[in-house]
Unconditional design. Structure first.
Length: 466
């Protein structure tokens, strides 16, 4: 598989060109042997241990939003500040846990510790009754749940030979999607039966413990370990890692790294990479704006807790199916065309949901969301994400890989954080309709910037959809 596309933002300099499949560093051990793992640790059965954990963490974001608004009766401004804080912590979390993965090679230990820590965090929610403590616990959850992302992706590569990486990541992606979907099903059924919302945390905590136990039993520490750089050298691992957590810092970006990326805007020949990064910034800004206000808009329209979980569930199911078909779809189109199509559809859906929030309420509003949200968060997101991730992957060169990946991750984290606070202020002072239309406008800006990227001739790229 070659993560390479004939676009003008690819590196003209041969020394900076990336051919990730042929990169020997991706498959050589320290002794120079072409192997990704010893025969003793070739089993991939440990992947099944992540299912209970993904069931447990899948609904937590929606749970906390509902808990803040329905149980603690938080105002929109305070609510948005809590979401902003949880988004902001993602940046230091990605940096810290990335360095931990580099310097402490016990994958099993980190993964098991993460599962037990998340369990303790979920149980702690049962004993809190204030907005302040909810904000603290949710921020802690966002921090510790990020710890396992890198070790899990590395473990797929370290416990399989290179020829089986694609199959390993496909199974890993499928198990993650199944777990998240089942978590939302459990939450929707639980609240639909009018069971107490906070008691939902008990089965979720138990499931996290089950994953920890299964990990202790199934995971063997690999004989050979890779550094994090290997993730960015292989398209499949990069794709899965960014999908799990869209922040990855091989090194902390400096001001000079931002200058290096964006000074190319002055020249038409070198402007493609900074334009791409700005487009992605507006995409994640829109996501932060929209996602922060979706749950409160549903609750204000008199949707039940079970119906809110059902919206998330519907979006997840459609997204999983859409990712399955995204790879073959891109094979027949250019990356730019696919990304633009995803942005246009997502922008239209956001704007229509904004209009709907202004004109209707109750069942009519819920019905509109159940139709438009899965299209935006499922079909449009899958198309855009798959195409844009390949484009980002193609901009990472050997000499600038760490700095460009750091700039990209910083932009994503900053955009999402800013989007959350903008969302709360706009919804509070103007209304949800303005918030959703504003998010649609940001996506229109992202589409405009994407349209400025030139030189793509639509070379087919082999992609295994997540």
């Amino acid at each position: 598989m070659k993560g390479k596309d004939d676009t003008s933002y690819d590196h003209e300099d041969n020394d900076d060109e990336v051919d990730h499949e042929d990169n020997d560093a991706a498959s050589e051990t320290k002794d120079g042997e072409l192997t990704a793992a010893s025969s003793k640790s070739s089993s991939i059965n440990w992947i099944y241990s992540i299912v209970p954990y993904t069931i447990a963490v899948g609904p937590i974001g929606t749970f906390v939003q509902i808990f803040l608004l329905s149980e603690l009766h938080s105002g929109l401004i305070v609510y948005s500040l809590v979401i902003t804080l949880s988004n902001a912590i993602g940046i230091p979390a990605a940096i810290i846990w990335g360095f931990v993965a580099d310097h402490y090679h016990k994958r099993k230990t980190i993964i098991v510790a993460t599962y037990f820590s998340v369990t303790a965090n979920l149980v702690a929610f049962l004993f809190i009754h204030t907005i302040a403590w909810t904000a603290i616990l949710y921020t802690v959850f966002s921090f510790i749940s990020a710890a396992s992302a890198t070790p899990l992706n590395l473990l797929v590569m370290e416990t399989q030979t290179k020829s089986k990486w694609a199959v390993g990541f496909a199974r890993f992606s499928m198990m993650s999607s199944v777990g998240t979907t089942l978590g939302l099903v459990l939450s929707a059924v639980w609240t639909g039966l009018l069971l107490q919302l906070t008691l939902l945390l008990l089965p979720l905590a138990i499931l996290s413990v089950i994953s920890a136990a299964l990990s202790i039993w199934l995971i063997r520490e690999p004989e050979y370990v890779f550094e994090r750089e290997i993730i960015a050298m292989e398209h499949r691992s990069f794709y899965q890692r960014i999908l799990a957590l869209p922040l990855m810092f091989i090194k902390i970006p400096r001001l000079a790294d931002f200058r290096s990326v964006f000074q190319g805007l002055r020249n038409e020949l070198t402007s493609q990479i900074p334009i791409l990064y700005l487009s992605i910034f507006f995409f994640y800004l829109a996501s932060g704006i929209f996602n922060t206000s979706l749950t409160p808009s549903l609750l204000s329209a008199h949707s039940s807790t079970a119906e809110v979980f059902s919206v998330s569930l519907t979006g997840m199911v459609v997204q999983t199916a859409a990712f399955y078909f995204a790879g073959p779809y891109i094979q027949r189109r250019t990356l730019k065309t696919t990304a633009l199509g995803g942005l246009a559809v997502r922008s239209l859906c956001y704007s229509l949901m904004g209009v709907s929030s202004l004109l209707v309420t109750g069942v009519a509003y819920l019905g509109t969301i159940l139709v438009l949200y899965p299209i935006a968060a499922g079909i449009a997101f899958a198309a855009y994400y798959t195409a844009s991730t390949v484009m980002i992957f193609n901009t990472l060169g050997h000499r600038s890989q760490a700095s460009r990946l750091g700039v990209y991750s910083a932009l994503v984290g900053i955009a999402t954080t800013i989007g959350s606070i903008i969302s709360g202020l706009t919804s509070f002072y103007i209304g949800y309709y303005a918030t959703f239309i504003l998010a649609g406008g940001c996506l229109a800006c992202a589409a405009y910037l994407m349209s400025l990227i030139s030189g793509e001739r639509g070379t087919a790229i082999k992609i295994h959809a997540a």
